[in-house]
Design a protein around this ligand. Sequence first.
Ligand code: PEP
Length: 251
Amino acid sequence: MRKPLVMGNWKLNGTKESVTALVNALKAPADKAAAKVDVAVCAPAVFIGMVEDLASGSKLQWGSEDCDVHTKGAFTGENSPTMLREFGCTYAIVGHSERREYHKESNECVAAKYKAAQENVLIPVLCVGESEAEFDAGRTMDIVRAELKAVIDLCGIESFKNAVIAYEPIWAIGTGKTATPEIAEKVHADIRAYLASFDADVAAGVRILYGGSCNAKTAPDLFKQPDIDGGLVGGASLKAPDFTAIIEAAE
Ligand code: PEP
């Protein structure tokens, strides 16, 4: 039995004022949902300490939007998994398509971040997904399999016992074009089948979130699908009423 997870990804958004209001507004919905759904927000690193102060004592969990592969040293601008852990992060998103695109992160780089996160007691949220051209060419699973295989090669299939996967078709992120529940479910089931070719128990246990213009309207039908275990939510996670409705859809 997989417990759903609804996770916000704030990306490069927020002010001290908006973060305070948002976290305060999400504590009660997270507490209410806690028996059935895990709720988390992933914040820009500069706000993580604030989120820790605001959310401590509630069931709202938090994480980072990325993490470096190093724990310390001359790596200007990076945030290490040990630092993130010290500020109470439970999760670290790795391999978001925006980092793969704008920071040229390869599958191997993402796998190294996944490994560093796990070694430092963070739960990596591994983002995978195809571009629109790849979707149109029917290449979705070629892309997704390669993204998963890089992690399996470096960390082993067992590592997915302590990780989350987010299937995020790039053509659906921030575009308002949500994948239909049928399209999303097919890919989620294919991901699980691919992992099952290595280890059936691990495949059955890993949470696979859907991300890509998931909102209060689309979440209920997405979350009814048997292989969709919640959502990674960008834009709609910035407004407490919208994110609360998505949490409720997972309950
Ligand atoms: C995301 O950033 O992971 C995402 C899914 O964004 P959005 O919900 O805005 O499409």
